[in-house]
Write a protein that binds this ligand. Structure first.
Ligand code: APR
Ligand code: PHB
Length: 397
């Protein structure tokens, strides 16, 4: 083993959470080192969602990595809910007093963050899996990781576990110190990415007797569509035509007629899960993003929750190094979790409203009645809109 490396903040994972945290810290002269299990190419090739809340967009601007997003991202002022053959638009901007969302792929965002990091000579050890976090209850936590087949150590003041649901950071914490909450949904999402123009200029969330469907996009020429599928379904079971035909069946006639199909660039199945680990801080180990919580993708909250965790954690670390304050570090977990649970609730509610859980016809009628209420009531649609654009960050200073 080589001589241990030293840094102020050791970050495990170069996904959006780890990269954005490192970027915000570096703007305040705080040193960090990122260790990442996968190669750069692998991390940059991941296909993930792409709806950014107002707060996330503002954080990317503050981090100085918003140029390409501002140029190529699409500002959306509304979404459409489709049910019972109807299309009902939710005017996000009007209902929230001006808030909108930004359509910009997480893949592109991750590339922008990696480019900014490397352009500033920030350290990212790719293909260097962390094995365990040691001594996180002491003042000198260590990340033990592997590089070129050799075990290495990174000594730090603080460790940020941004290594996702399957990472080692949370697993390094003994079970008696963590409480976990989990809900698995009895279905998955089959997604396709294709270079075809989107069926609509805004996203369409469709409730249908055959199951949920979502029409999303990455650009005016690249579309992303999803249909609800069985958990044990396989991509091999689906030809492109089978996918497009099933999607058409689940959309109102007007949209189905406008849908342009084409060959897949990518097709994959994702399970749906709600998960929270509490607390998000144990000693000098701080969890952020998917390492601490998972939401079903229905509300597009995954990336945005990673953003809000990083909003709070970056401010806490900046206050510590800048003013020697520890109060924000002590308030990080409770503050971040308050916003996490609201997003978990919203994502669970929208998933319950839009998906097919069983064949009991009364359940679908209840969903249609609730959609009829929500889309026909200012109060109902405002509640949806304000959660969708993103609830405000708490004052944290
Ligand atoms: N050592 C080093 N890196 C690791 C390890 C490990 N032991 N385990 C996982 N990683 C890396 C993964 O390879 C990945 O690049 O940690 C990173 C975690 O990134 P994400 O999974 O993207 O999680 P996060 O940054 O929290 O972003 C959350 O990602 O999955 C989406 O929907 C989710 O949009 C949300 C966003
Ligand atoms: C996506 O574009 O991939 C997407 C959009 C909205 C969601 C989930 C995924 O709710």
């Amino acid at each position: 083993m080589n001589k241990p490396q030293r840094t102020q903040v050791g970050i495990i994972g170069s996904g959006p959470a780890g990269l954005l945290l490192a970027q915000l810290l570096s703007r305040h002269g705080i040193d960090s080192v990122i260790v990442e299990r996968q190669s750069r190419a692998h991390v940059e090739a991941r296909i993930r969602a792409g709806v950014l809340e107002q707060g996330t967009v503002a954080l990317l601007r503050e981090a100085g990595v918003s140029q390409r997003m501002e140029r190529e991202g699409l500002v959306h002022e509304g979404i459409t809910l489709a049910f019972a053959g109807r299309r009902e638009r939710i005017d996000l901007r009007k209902l929230t007093g001006g808030s909108t969302v930004m359509i910009y792929g997480q893949t592109e965002l991750t590339r922008d963050l990696i480019n900014a990091r490397l352009a500033a000579n920030g350290a990212i050890h790719f293909e260097s899996p962390a094995l365990v976090v040691e001594d996180y209850l002491s003042e000198q936590p260590r990340i033990v990781y592997e590089q070129n087949g050799q075990q290495q150590e990174l000594h730090c003041d603080f460790v940020a576990g941004c290594d996702g649901y399957h990472g080692v950071a949370r697993q390094s914490v003994s079970a008696d110190k963590l409480q976990v909450f989990e809900k698995l949904y009895p279905f998955g999402w089959l997604g396709i990415l294709a270079d075809v123009p989107p069926v609509d200029h805004e996203l369409i969330y469709a409730n249908h007797e055959r199951g949920f469907a979502l029409c999303s996009m990455r650009s005016p020429t690249r579309s992303r569509y999803y249909v609800q599928c069985a958990l044990d379904d396989k991509v091999e079971n689906w030809s492109d035509d089978a996918f497009w035909n099933e999607l058409r069946r689940r959309l109102p006639a007007e949209s189905a007629a406008q849908l342009i199909s084409g060959p897949r660039l990518e097709m994959s199945i994702a399970p749906l899960r709600s998960f929270v680990a509490e607390p998000m801080r144990v000693g000098r180990l701080f969890l952020a993003g998917d390492a601490a919580h998972i939401v079903p993708p229905t509300g597009a909250k995954g990336l945005n929750l990673a953003g809000s965790d990083v909003f709070y954690l970056s401010r806490a670390l900046i206050a510590y190094y800048g003013e020697g304050r520890t109060d924000l570090l002590d308030r990080y977990s409770a503050t971040a979790l308050r916003r996490v649970w609201k997003a978990i609730r919203f994502s669970w509610w929208l998933t319950s409203l839009m998906h097919k859980f069983d064949d009991d016809p009364i359940n679908h009628r209840l969903q249609v009645a609730e959609l009829d209420y929500v889309t026909g009531s200012v109060a109902g649609s405002t509640a949806l809109a304000e959660n969708y654009v993103g609830l405000p960050f708490e004052k944290f200073e």
